[in-house]
Design a protein around this ligand. Structure first.
Ligand code: ADP
Length: 496
């Protein structure tokens, strides 16, 4: 069968990928951690215990043998063993001692000559080993040979009844430690067996426990994967751990934000269609009535055409506002930031809007507390100023109203305040006026000529400058919009 080589590569890559992701998984890491925590200290403790046992057993055996030898040594002197080695009692004691501990005893006299060898191999021979010589000078020794499993002791023989410390002989004793070694090996084997069982238990237990610990995260993953559709449903919070609860609530928060966004997008599309259709519908009605009525006078024609023209203006205004808004939100054109004399800019705009204010019988006042220069996009901030002042004029009293424009700054920010003596904004609408197409009084605003997009554009422009806008208002008394913009522009997109 022909298998394209590419396919083979894909399969092995997938396998490797899965293996890699398992090695990186929290489950695997918890398992490894548990195995390390469980096994490493056990191995260390077992090794230390076995080693200590061997050393202690050898020391204690050496002390016992040495004590026995000391007792015999005293007897050797008392019963003149150096002169006559035929003492049955002492020889029996030598025999007993050597057979109990599997050892050999040599008794050496002052002339370094062996007078008794329990193995009967070195009798009458001279022994001039360094340890024997040292012992004659008073330095007893005890040496453990762990490779050949025996201990070698030198025990000095002195006269217990004499006041002098004269050493009259030395006992060279060696005894086997094979039994200790056997016990320690037995313990090692047992330890290894227990360790093996422990490792198996820890691996299985670690695997199960790691699975159990990670299960809540798997539940979250499944819940997140199951979230689809237009209206996303929030997941059941997984409260097993503080962390899983935080992830669940962060996810649910995100879901509700996405839902709000989706909803506002659909609402926006519906609003745009509605707003664009309204002037078209009016134009259609106007045009149809001219067509239907053959007796339309020239006067009526002019009037209808005038209405159609103002509907076209309205449609135009909506489209222009929409374009400004989309441009702002999508950042199609980046901010064109320049060092701007804000006082001059504001003065120019106030001058431009003065005729409109005069027409509406609104007094437009302008005060400037200090010269302000800021790094701003002049066009966009001009739009902010125009929108706010225009609104102040539009939503004012029919007679004797005023709009107050004030510019101020500190070391970091410039502040623009636009207050008016107008109709004010109901409290429940204050949170909504920056939404697209939101108008407090639809019929009234229509008459006034708003599109409901001005403040949305204004807010977008301010946000692009990393600024903020705040509104306070009392119905029937007036409103006040406060804008704060940093004097120095920082590109947040570049920062993040
Ligand atoms: P519009 O084009 O309708 O003026 P805006 O987005 O500029 O749209 O304003 C949204 C709504 O907020 C307006 O329709 C109006 O109801 C209200 N509003 C805005 N500015 C003022 C103001 N200075 N005084 C009273 N109401 C205001």
């Amino acid at each position: 069968m022909f298998i394209p080589s590419g396919e083979l590569v894909t399969i092995s890559r997938t396998d490797a990928g899965q293996r890699g992701s398992y090695l990186r998984s929290l489950k695997f890491r918890i398992m490894i951690l548990m195995i390390l925590i469980g096994i490493v200290p056990t191995v260390i403790v077992a090794a230390v215990v076995i080693r200590n046992y061997e050393q202690r057993a050898v020391t204690s055996r050496s002390v016992t043998v040495k004590n026995q030898c000391d007792i015999i040594a005293n007897k050797l002197v008392k019963e003149s063993y150096f002169k006559d080695q035929g003492n049955e009692n002492i020889n029996a004691q030598f025999k007993m001692l050597t057979s109990i501990y599997g050892g050999r005893i040599l008794v050496i006299n002052k002339d370094y000559r062996v007078i008794k060898d329990t193995y009967n191999l070195a009798n009458r021979r001279y022994i001039l080993s360094p340890k024997v010589i040292d012992c004659f000078s008073g330095e007893e020794s005890s040496v453990y040979n762990s490779d050949d499993h025996f201990v070698e002791l030198t025990v000095k023989i002195t006269d217990p009844d004499s006041t002098s410390d004269e050493i009259i002989g030395v006992m060279l004793v060696s005894f086997s430690t094979k039994e200790i070694d056997y016990n320690s090996r037995f313990m090692q084997r047992q330890g290894l067996m227990i360790l093996g069982i422990l490792v198996a238990v820890i691996i299985v237990g670690g695997y199960l426990l790691a699975g159990l610990l990670v299960a809540p995260f798997d539940r979250i993953t499944r819940a997140i994967r199951a979230t689809k559709g237009d209206l996303l449903t929030e997941m059941q919070p997984v409260r097993t751990y503080e962390e899983t609860e935080q992830i669940s609530s962060a996810f649910n928060k995100l879901i509700s934000q996405v839902n709000v966004l989706n909803e506002s997008r659909s609402e926006f599309v519906a609003n745009v269609s509605h707003e664009l259709k309204t002037p078209l519908a009016s134009m259609k009605v106007l045009a149809d009535s001219i067509i239907m009525n053959p007796d339309t006078t020239q006067e009526e024609y002019r009037e209808f055409m005038y209405d159609i023209s103002s509907e076209i203006d309205r449609e135009n205004a909506i489209i222009n506002d929409l374009l400004s808004l989309v441009r702002m939100e999508k950042r199609v054109d980046d901010l064109n930031v320049t060092e701007t004399n804000v006082n001059e800019l504001l003065e120019l705009i106030v001058k431009r809007l003065k005729p409109i204010a005069d027409k509406a019988n609104v007094e437009l006042r302008y005060e400037c507390f200090r010269p302000v220069t800021a790094q701003i996009d002049e066009t966009k901030i001009a739009l902010v100023m125009t929108n706010l002042i225009e609104n102040g004029i539009k939503y004012n009293k029919p007679e004797g109203g005023w709009v107050n424009v004030a510019l101020n700054s500190d070391q970091s920010f410039m502040y623009l305040t636009v207050s008016d003596s107008g109709i004010g904004i109901p409290e429940e609408s204050l949170d909504h006026i920056f939404e697209r197409f939101y108008r407090v009084d639809k019929s009234h605003s229509r008459e006034i000529g708003g599109t409901g997009l001005g403040l949305a554009i204004t807010k977008s422009a301010i946000t692009m400058h990393n600024g903020a806008i705040k509104v306070t208002s009392t119905e029937g008394e007036g409103s006040s919009f406060l804008v704060r913009i940093p004097l120095t522009h920082i590109d947040m997109g570049a920062v993040s």
